[in-house]
Design a binder for this molecule. Sequence first.
Ligand code: 5RP
Length: 229
Amino acid sequence: MTTPTPLNQDELKALVGQAALQYIVPGDIVGVGTGSTVNKFIDALATVKDRVRGAVSSSVASTERLRAIGIPVLDANEVEQLSVYVDGADEIDGLGYMVKGGGAALTREKIVASLAQRFICIADETKLVATLGRFPLPVEVIPMAAAQIARRFATLGGQATLRLKDGQPLVTDNGQHILDVTGLSITDPLALESEINQWPGVVTVGIFAHQKAQVCLLGTAQGVKTQTY
Ligand code: 5RP
């Protein structure tokens, strides 16, 4: 008898992307996140697109992908509430708190997530952590405030680095910059998110604690594990 080859990370992402379809309410508008795992979800959505009225998207990249498969993309201002928002994460802990923003889409992700009744996180098991903070914390900032925000992180023991693309500061879909902060152990995500939100020049901090997941579909060697919080 041959032992089955374990699924690779890409296949695990496809598995959870497909599994997220079960949360879509027929005829509804769905909130769609950003990233390589969400791209698998969008691929899966293509197979059931007649069941979806439209989507609210969290990035230019996801909007283009959704339109390419024929799903209408609505402006967030046109929608009062979404039943679900489906997105990946850079880290998720045992309570559904997450770090997000590795794809620089954190601000729109938080806005769309806040319209939704349920955040369905799709992730492979490498994203599960005991304590948030291993992944550098993304923070979208107004460029003129970047240095003073970096100094504030230093007082918390964090080292902030300006994210670059092709040697230049990365510019987000909102025209702002991203700081990636290492060295933080995020033991109280709710409190730290609230505190950083108060700092002048912070657009969005990538801690999703006030906007946590209600469900996580975790891709593991044993298949999709469903965690609810
Ligand atoms: C983008 C995000 C993504 O959800 C996060 O980076 C995970 O991406 P991936 O599915 O590619 O691992 O927050 O801003």
